[in-house]
Design a protein around this ligand. Structure first.
Ligand code: ZN
Length: 384
């Protein structure tokens, strides 16, 4: 486990340092209140958003606290910096006095949560991001680096036996229209349903402004920010863009974080899925597009790749299959294909890459989630 965490940290620090992406993970291709003195708060469903008042300490950190009630289900604690400068949390102590961002704590989100290693303009901490964590009732306290806002999204109540997540699709460009997404949305809905989660999929919203037809996969990009900010606060927003721009072209999809933002209208409140990357001529591969949308939504809600590209780092869940380079890189190319990992996680929605086209033609799919993956989704702040 320590090894896993170290590897994640290395990967993410490199990404952050080069300002490529803020912890977002792209499928396939090259990458990857209750506050003590809260001001305005809003509630949608059982998710309440509040801004936490911070005080600048003599140690140079901004400090704040919030109370999780006895019926707390989950929370996402976000730190934001308006100019997209680097920001992060320094500590987050639970009511028992454990700093879950410290590498010496067990369990720990050190190097796992973007709120630990930092992001450009945005970073967060999700509890629970695995069954090892829980929303302990009582006062949580944090220290954060330079920022403009810390916001808490707190879900309270009970976890119902049947979980529902609302999804809001959007489509850009002129090549395809809303009706062309129907089959893929059905595939995505079936995948989640088979894993114990009901999706309520809103009617697709068409965004016709031409500047959004092809956008960068970098969520701090001005145009991408303007697009994703249009997302609603009551759903997981899926932006089906006609294509990515520039070097992102060919990537199937990417999410704004692991997790991205939930319940707040901002640049990280959604995922991108490229339609061009799923097309043969003018025909969309609805099975693959549905799997990609399911995958990116999994990231947006806090799920990591079960196995990363190199076969040397894995997710933080103990019940997902791991496909290690040492055991399964049969062609020794340092890259774990779905074919090499058949039976070792390639069937999982959150495997790092898709099956080859010939395997897909032969009926291979990525539609399964482990029990712990399902649990992270069922406890999600945005779920009901
Ligand atoms: Zn991914």
């Amino acid at each position: 486990m320590n090894l896993k965490l170290k590897l994640y940290q290395t990967v993410f620090i490199l990404l952050t340092a080069s300002l490529l992406i803020s912890s977002a993970c792209s499928k396939k291709e090259s990458t990857s209140s209750s506050s003590s003195s809260s001001n305005s708060s809003s509630t949608t469903g059982s998710l309440a958003i509040s801004e936490i008042t911070q005080t600048l300490g003599s140690d140079g950190y901004y400090a704040g606290s919030f109370v999780v009630p006895s019926d707390g289900v989950s929370f996402i604690l976000s730190v934001l910096k308006d100019n997209n400068g680097s920001t992060a949390f320094y500590t987050l102590f639970d009511p028992d006095g454990t700093d879950i961002l410290s590498s010496s704590s067990t369990p720990s989100l050190s190097g796992v949560a973007s709120g630990s290693f930092g992001g450009s303009g945005y970073a967060n901490i999700l509890v629970p991001q695995s069954p090892s964590f829980s929303t302990k009732a009582g006062t949580w306290t944090f220290k954060a680096y330079s920022n403009d806002h810390v916001k808490l999204g707190l879900r309270t109540g009970t976890v119902p036996s049947s979980t529902t997540i609302v999804v809001q699709p959007y489509i850009t460009g002129t090549t395809w229209s809303a009706g062309d997404l129907s089959a893929a949305l059905s595939v995505m809905s079936s995948i989640y349903s088979a894993n114990g989660i009901t999706l309520t999929i809103n009617s697709t919203i068409t965004i016709s402004d031409s500047q959004y037809a092809a956008v960068s996969g970098t969520f701090t990009d001005t145009t991408t920010t303007a697009l994703v900010k249009q997302g609603v606060t009551t759903a997981v927003n899926l932006f089906f863009i006609e294509d990515y721009s520039g070097s992102w072209s060919g990537v199937l999809g990417n999410a704004a974080g692991i997790p991205g933002s939930m319940g707040i209208a901002n640049a990280w409140n959604g995922v991108l899925n490229s339609l061009s990357a799923h097309a043969s001529g003018s025909t969309l591969d609805s099975q693959l597009l549905g799997e990609t949308a399911a995958h990116e939504m999994g990231h947006q809600l806090g799920l990591f790749h079960t196995t990363e590209k190199g076969g040397t780092s894995f997710d933080i869940l103990s019940d997902t299959a791991e496909c290690s380079k040492n055991s399964y890189d049969n062609d020794s190319n340092g890259q774990m294909s779905a074919e090499e990992c058949e039976g070792y996680g390639a069937e999982n929605v959150m495997f790092w890459t898709a099956w080859s086209s010939s395997s897909r033609s032969a009926g291979k799919k990525q539609e399964t989630l482990s029990s712990y993956q399902q649990q992270v989704l069922k406890y999600s702040p945005i779920a009901k």
